[in-house]
Design a protein. Structure first.
Length: 64
């Protein structure tokens, strides 16, 4: 497993905690994007999806 793979695993685990805690339940778009990142990493996101991730999902990582 490479260095970047390790980072993706940690991010996926943290995002799963955010999802399980219900922190994105009120924003279905952000919830869907978080699930995309869990499954495929940040590199799968389009520019618009990355904007939503940065603005709405990433701040939730500090809440778990």
């Amino acid at each position: 497993m490479g260095f970047n793979s390790h980072i993706d695993v940690e991010l996926s685990e943290k995002l799963e905690e955010v999802i399980e805690a219900g922190l994105l339940d009120e924003d279905k778009t952000a919830l869907g994007i978080a699930k995309l990142v869990v499954d495929g990493g940040l590199e799968v996101l389009s520019d618009k999806q990355r904007f939503v991730y940065d603005k709405y999902v990433q701040p939730k990582l500090c809440e778990v």
